[in-house]
Design a protein around this ligand. Structure first.
Ligand SMILES: Cc1cc2nc3c(=O)[nH]c(=O)nc-3n(C[C@H](O)[C@H](O)[C@H](O)COP(=O)(O)OP(=O)(O)OC[C@H]3O[C@@H](n4cnc5c(N)ncnc54)[C@H](O)[C@@H]3O)c2cc1C
Length: 337
């Protein structure tokens, strides 16, 4: 099977920040068979760097590795049993249409994760989460290709070390694992997830909301709060919410009354990074061609013509400021390349 290598490819349209970068070499894989060629050619073409929809990455320089863009299609209801439905999709499918498709087939369960950009294959990488649900809550397994060894493997939840915006795929030792297919399990009976305050508020006047109601409400909230990358380059939240010990939270509260904190289990509290950044006056501010969205303090935006370096510079300035004022080091959510 011949795979075409494109050289010197402009990555501006392939990342939602819309920042300029070049791929020395780009290969697009459309099937598992094509992906297997990557393993055969590893000595010649490797190392590889994987790309899905480019919605959680900040390119700060050109890509030296061979860039592999995953466009493997396909959606399938594999098993519909009394306890739930097992659905699989190719890593190259777009996430949001996949969610809409499961709902249209009568299999609810992913509705809280509506309108998240990117691919199905990108979703497990940071264990996408929104409005009270994380992918891990519906995850079944992934099929991966070890591009060094040429072996196909199926990995299950415990293998993936899912955490808050974390999985095995974010760890250095797993950079040779290419996600080919993702399986989710949608349990029966369906139970709505309505813990998230904004969502509860949006559905306050709806009796017994259906999955479709939740899907629509999530989309409406997101459209209101998040800039559309087609108009304003961004990668969603740039900073993770910091998780600290309860004692640290109590100390912070004395100095910063009103700082929101949510129980995160095992004596830990998740703080609102958005509140902290807003408090420090960054919301809506710009630094050259990079800025903080006026509607959401966690979202860094390309105001127009910014480079990845400029956006990173703004992120580092905010991180320094937060560390100085709150003694907390914010972590970045997107992959910084
Ligand atoms: C407007 C906006 C809103 C967002 N909202 C949310 C949100 O609510 N919750 C949330 O969790 N995220 C959110 N995100 C971030 C992003 O949409 C998700 O993280 C998404 O899952 C990334 O998928 P992708 O295909 O674009 O990945 P990419 O950006 O292409 O890649 C991200 C990382 O995954 C790796 N990767 C991608 N595909 C594969 C593969 N097939 N195999 C192995 N590794 C791979 C890449 O190497 C890279 O390190 C948002 C982004 C935007 C722009």
């Amino acid at each position: 099977m011949a795979l075409e290598i494109q050289e010197g490819v402009d990555l501006t349209p392939l990342n939602t920040f819309g920042v300029p970068a070049k791929a020395r070499a780009l290969v697009i894989v459309h099937s598992v068979e094509e992906a297997l060629v990557l393993a055969e050619k590893h000595k010649e073409w490797g190392p590889y760097f994987f790309l899905g929809g480019g919605s959680n990455i900040l390119f700060t320089r050109d890509v030296e590795e061979t860039l592999v863009k995953v466009e493997i299609p396909g959606r399938e209801v594999v098993d519909d049993g009394p306890d739930g439905t097992y659905v699989e999709a190719g890593a190259g499918e777009e996430w949001h249409p996949f969610v809409a498709w499961t709902l249209s087939k009568g299999f609810p369960g992913l509705e809280n994760l509506a309108l998240i950009p990117g691919t199905v294959g990108g979703a497990p990488v940071q264990n996408i989460g929104a409005y009270g649900l994380e992918l891990k809550d519906r995850f079944h397994s992934v099929e991966v290709l070890d591009v060094k060894e040429g072996t196909l493997k199926r990995l299950f939840s415990p293998d993936l070390r899912f955490g808050y915006r974390h999985s095995l795929f974010k760890e250095e030792g797993a950079k040779h694992l290419l996600i080919l297919r993702v399986g989710v399990f949608l349990p029966k009976p369906w139970v709505p997830v309505l813990e998230y305050p904004d969502l509860r508020k949006a559905l306050a006047s709806t009796d017994d909301p259906t999955a479709e109601d939740i899907f629509s409400a999530v989309m409406a909230i997101r459209r209101h709060k998040l800039p559309d990358p087609a108009a304003t380059g961004n990668a969603g939240s740039f900073f993770k919410n910091p998780v600290v010990d309860e004692a640290v939270y109590q100390d912070l509260l004395k100095e910063h009354p009103g700082l929101p904190g949510y129980a995160a289990g095992e004596g830990k509290v998740k703080l609102s990074a958005a509140w902290i950044i807003d408090r420090l006056g960054w919301k809506g501010k710009t630094l050259g061609r990079a800025g903080v969205a006026p509607t959401h303090a966690l979202v860094l935006v390309n105001v127009g013509g910014a480079t990845g370096q400029e956006i990173l510079e703004l992120a580092l300035r905010i991180r320094e400021d937060v560390e100085r004022a709150f003694g907390i080091r914010l972590e970045f959510e997107p992959t910084i390349y």
